[in-house]
Design a protein around this ligand. Sequence first.
Ligand SMILES: NC(=O)c1ccc[n+]([C@@H]2O[C@H](COP(=O)([O-])OP(=O)(O)OC[C@H]3O[C@@H](n4cnc5c(N)ncnc54)[C@H](OP(=O)(O)O)[C@@H]3O)[C@@H](O)[C@H]2O)c1
Length: 336
Amino acid sequence: MASPFEMQVTAIGGPEVIQKRSIDIPTPAPHQVVLAHTAIGVNFVDIYLRAGQAHSHNPQPPFVPGINAVGTVIALGAQIKDLQLGQKVTYTNAGVGSYSTHVAVAADRLIPVDHGVDDVRLAAGLVRALTCQYLLKQMRMLNPGTRVLVHAAAGGVGQILVQWAKRLGLVVLATAGSEIKVKTALALGADFAINYRDADFVSEVHRITQGQGVSVVFDSVGKDTFEGSLKCLEPKGLVVNFGTASGQVEGFALQDLHSKSLWVCRPTLRTYIANREDMLAMSAEAFDILGDPTIRLDIESVLPLSLASEAHRLLESRTTQGAIVLIPDDLINPQE
Ligand SMILES: NC(=O)c1ccc[n+]([C@@H]2O[C@H](COP(=O)([O-])OP(=O)(O)OC[C@H]3O[C@@H](n4cnc5c(N)ncnc54)[C@H](OP(=O)(O)O)[C@@H]3O)[C@@H](O)[C@H]2O)c1
C-alpha cells in the first residue's frame, strides 16, 4: 500500500501554500470510522478558506482543506454497529478536511452509498446537488413558469442548477463568462444565456423578459454581480447570494429593497444538512439527480491528490466548466 498522506494549507495565501505531509492511518475513536478515500471533491469554498476570505468558520493554518469525499470503510470504532468494513460511504461538512488519503470521521455524518453513482461523479456532485436541492426546494415555492436567473451557469453548481430548474418547469435565464460557456448553458437547457463579461446582464434580462424581470436570482458570484442581480428582480423577488467567487458583497443598503419589496438571503449548505434526517433526505434527492445519466455534470479534470494546488489554480482561473476531482495518487498510478 502507498504511504498515506494529506495535503495541508500551511499558510493563508495562493495555491502554492498547499503542501503534502505524510500521516499515519488514523485509529478510530469509539464513534468514528476510518475511511480510505477513493475520490475527493474540490469546491470553491476550499479556495475561500485557503485565501483567507472571511467565511462562516475560518480554520487557522495548518489545516487540511476539503469538505467532501467518497471512501471505503477500513476500520470501525467500538460503538459502530450499522456500518461494515469494505462499505462505500460519502460525507460532507463532517468537521474533517477531505484532502487526504485516509480520514477518521464521525459515523453519524456518513451517508451510505448504494445507488450505483460512480465515485468520481459523486465526489464532483454531492455538495453541488445538495446545494441545488435547498436552493430550488427550500427557499421559496417555485411553480412551473417562474422565471429565474442563474449566474455562472456552466460551473459545477450552475450545471446542475440549470438542469434541475428546467425539470421543475422553470424559465431559466443564465449568465456565463465566455462564449463557450454560454453555449454550454444553452446545451444544459437554459432558455436564454448571456455572456456577462461582454454584455450588461441587467439590460439583457429586462430585454428578454420585456421589462418584467425575474422572480429569483441564484447569485454565486457576489461582489461583481449582486447590485445588478437586485436590478433584475420583479416586485417581491429574491436574490439568493450563495457564493462569492468574485469577492464578498460590500456596502449593501437594506433600504435598496424597499421600493419593490425585495428579499435577499445569504444561505449556506451547512445549515441545511446539520440535522442527520435532513441530510439523508436531501442526499436521496441528490443521488436521484446524480444517478440519472441524462443529467450532465462535466468533469473538467481528475487530478492526483498531491496536485491539489493545481486543482485550485484551475478552479480560480475561471476557465473551468463543471467540476474538478482529486484521487489518491496510488489509485491513479497503481505502481506508486
Ligand atoms: N452557500 C452554499 O451552500 C454553497 C454550496 C456550494 C457552493 N457554493 C458556491 O457556489 C459557487 C459555485 O461553486 P463551484 O465549486 O461549483 O465553482 P464553479 O461555479 O465551478 O466556479 C466558479 C465560477 O464562478 C465564476 N466567476 C465569476 N467571477 C469570478 C471570479 N472573479 N473568479 C473566479 N470565478 C468567477 C466563473 O464562471 P464564469 O466564467 O462563467 O463567470 C467560475 O467558473 C461558488 O461561489 C461556491 O462558493 C455555495
